[in-house]
Write a protein that binds this ligand. Structure first.
Ligand code: NAD
Length: 320
């Protein structure tokens, strides 16, 4: 059976597939015509971030499973997969730790003046440390976690380690479950009004597009920090730009963009109160190895109908 790897992944997964006698092809050119040709007879696709819409998928004559290297799947036409009974897998156990550590890095960077402090020392201005803008602690600060799934829960654990007060907005969960994790369930608007830190961990869908826009940003405290490691489009980029430019909030950490990579003249690039990373929150070495292996295992176990398949990794099980 034949597996196409779309994009570059850690070798661990490729080794696993080859050791299990699957033929592996690596596709690094994502032009439509190339994809249609390369994917025509593959049984499985290991997918990073390129887009697989109906226009491409309808040319995949043998496809049985798409296995996402990650947990988000807004780059795949799920309705088409459901219609054709093609499985969609995710790597649900792999990346929550890596992303949650990234969130804590954003929190620290945006409150500790790290970049400016570093430049003071290197430029011989050590003695001017009292002139640096104020820096802040995370201790006893209020953090609002929006979306309390795999990643949101890992962020909460780390915030507890910093003795922060944790509020959670996730109306799909029982409040008691949130309380058991030493967090306080709260409504969206109330949470935004009291939080010093807001971290977003929602899926991108029609309900969460522009989930944070001008109205929500207006509710946030002047000294607050917003972090989005979930998906571009959940935060309205133009509204965030305006809020940061006018210092309506203290700062933002953004790992994901509406269009990736962002345009070279993206307005965010003019701001000094935003920290940008290239959608790499889940790309620690350890996490890349885990995702590559888990995505490959999903393919092998599914194609061979083996009980080792983690059922939680099959997004559209009920359609198969
Ligand atoms: P998850 O499915 O485990 O959790 C999502 C949570 O959001 C669920 O608890 C759900 O109840 C809640 N939710 C859904 N809609 C909501 C709404 N309208 N309002 C409030 N809560 C809502 O997902 P996860 O694995 O924690 O991933 C979270 C996000 O992070 C996804 O968008 C995913 O694509 C993204 N992600 C990004 C990276 C990265 O590299 N930056 C890596 C992994 C995941």
């Amino acid at each position: 059976m034949k597996v196409a790897i779309l994009g570059t992944v850690h070798p661990k997964g490729l080794e696993f597939l080859r050791e299990n006698d699957l033929e592996v092809i690596e596709v690094k050119n994502f032009e439509n015509q190339i994809l249609k040709k390369e994917l025509k007879f593959v049984d499985a696709i290991l997918l990073r971030t390129s887009i697989l819409d109906k226009n491409i998928l309808q040319h995949c004559n043998n496809l049985k499973i798409i296995s996402r290297h990650g947990v988000g799947y807004d780059n795949v036409d799920l309705d088409y997969l459901n219609e054709r009974k093609i499985a969609l897998g995710i790597t649900s156990t792999s990346n929550a730790v890596s992303v949650s550590e990234h969130v804590m890095s954003f929190f620290m960077y945006l409150t500790k003046n790290l970049s400016l402090s570093d430049s003071y020392v290197k430029q011989g201005n050590f003695d001017k440390r009292s002139e640096l803008p104020d820096i802040f602690e995370l201790y006893k600060k209020k953090v609002l976690i929006m979306g309390f799934g795999r990643i949101g829960k890992e962020v909460a654990k780390r915030c507890l380690g910093f003795d922060m007060d944790i509020y959670v907005y996730d109306p799909f969960l029982d409040g008691e479950f949130i309380k058991e994790k030493n967090c306080v369930p709260i409504e969206k608007e109330d949470g935004l009004g009291i939080a010093d830190f807001v971290s977003i961990h929602l899926p991108l869908n029609k309900n969460t597009k522009n989930f944070i826009s001008q109205t929500e940003l207006k509710l946030m405290k002047k000294n607050s920090v917003l972090v989005n490691t979930s998906r571009g489009g959940i935060v309205n980029e133009n509204d965030l730009y305006q809020a940061l430019k006018s210092k309506k909030i203290r700062g933002a950490g953004i790992d994901v963009f509406i269009s990736e990579p962002p345009e070279s003249n993206h307005p965010f690039f003019q701001l000094d109160n935003i920290l940008l990373t290239p959608h790499n929150a889940a790309l620690t070495l350890e996490c890349r190895a885990r995702m590559s292996l888990e995505a490959s295992e999903n393919i092998f176990y599914f194609l061979k109908n083996m009980p080792e398949l983690n059922e939680k990794n099959l997004v559209n099980k009920k359609f198969l």
